[in-house]
Design a protein around this ligand. Structure first.
Ligand SMILES: Nc1ncnc2c1ncn2[C@@H]1O[C@H](COP(=O)(O)OP(=O)(O)OP(=O)(O)O)[C@@H](O)[C@H]1O
Ligand SMILES: [Mg+2]
Length: 268
């Protein structure tokens, strides 16, 4: 199972939109996906997916309900794990309850991906999420301040991870995406002492389909699967899953959702 943290330097660059549409596309390719909302911003995942969670992970942590009770099925291969702000989740320190929580998530070992939508910036809690993940994706848009912030995020993440993926969002075209990526990569190689392996995962052009579907609480990959934007997400999925087989169903405990939460809460 892969635990993928989606993050950015600057806010509002499309993390939640990408998390939801990427997770949905992966699920349509037959992967079992859990989408975890670790950021309570303005447009959190429940709004994007047009569902109304009654309870979230914090209620499970407090022992007020079971893990399975908060899960929301989006389709046969995709569930949403409603979250709380990452800070709130990580400030939970009751070890007994954490243990009980971990026990309750042990059986959720049928997933190929956990996609975690985090907030922007180098907040304290983002570190824990990156640390606990197997993969990190940094999202940026072309404006110079976002690029500066993305670079700061990469610098920070490179202390925690050898390899970092990037998605360029709201670009004009592939050429612009690749040019920006190459610039960031060359700056990173010049200035970061540790050798960070920055990898281009893909790009999504700025499109009115995306802003329109967001307003209507729809997923663009679901509404217009053959659109340019959706095909750009498919390219991202292909790159992300190259070298990965779907028959990896022999999943042991190391690969369950509880493994992620163990790493998150117990640094284990
Ligand atoms: N490629 C795109 N083309 C057009 N609009 C886009 C694109 N990507 C994202 N948007 C729009 O940008 C806005 C912000 O997106 P989103 O909420 O996903 O960003 P975020 O990074 O999760 O923000 P936050 O940091 O607040 O969590 C949304 O209205 C979304 O529809
Ligand atoms: Mg968001």
């Amino acid at each position: 199972m892969r635990f993928i943290t989606i993050t950015s330097g600057k806010g509002g660059v499309g993390k939640s939109t990408i998390s939801a549409n990427l997770a949905f596309t992966l699920s349509q390719y037959g992967y079992k996906v859990a989408l975890f909302d670790a950021d309570i911003g303005l447009a959190n995942l429940d709004i994007i997916l047009n569902v109304q969670p009654k309870k979230n992970i914090l209620d499970v942590l407090k022992g007020e309900c079971k893990f399975e009770e908060i899960l929301i099925n989006i389709n046969k291969n995709l569930v949403l794990i409603p979250g709380e702000s990452g800070e709130e989740i990580l400030s939970f320190k009751d070890e007994e309850l954490i243990k009980r929580f971990l026990d309750g998530t042990k059986n959720f070992n049928d997933f190929d991906f956990l996609i975690i939508d985090t907030g922007a910036g180098i907040g304290g809690y983002v570190r824990n999420f990156i640390d606990a993940s197997t993969d990190t994706i940094v999202v940026t848009v072309p404006d110079p301040s976002a690029i500066m912030d993305a670079y700061a995020m990469i610098k920070y993440s490179s202390k925690l991870k050898d390899k970092i993926f990037m998605i360029l969002n709201e670009v004009k075209n592939q050429k612009e995406a690749v040019a920006i990526f190459n610039k960031i990569k060359s700056v990173a190689q010049k200035h970061l002492n540790n050798k960070v392996n920055l990898e281009f995962l893909g790009y999504i052009e700025k499109s009115s389909l995306i802003s329109e579907t967001s307003k209507n609480r729809e997923l663009f990959v679901k509404k217009e699967p053959m659109s340019k934007s959706s095909l750009q997400v498919v390219q991202i999925v292909k790159k992300l899953t190259s070298n990965q087989t779907k028959d990896g169903k022999k999943i042991d405990e190391e690969n369950s959702i509880s493994t992620f939460f163990k790493r998150l809460f117990l640094n284990f």
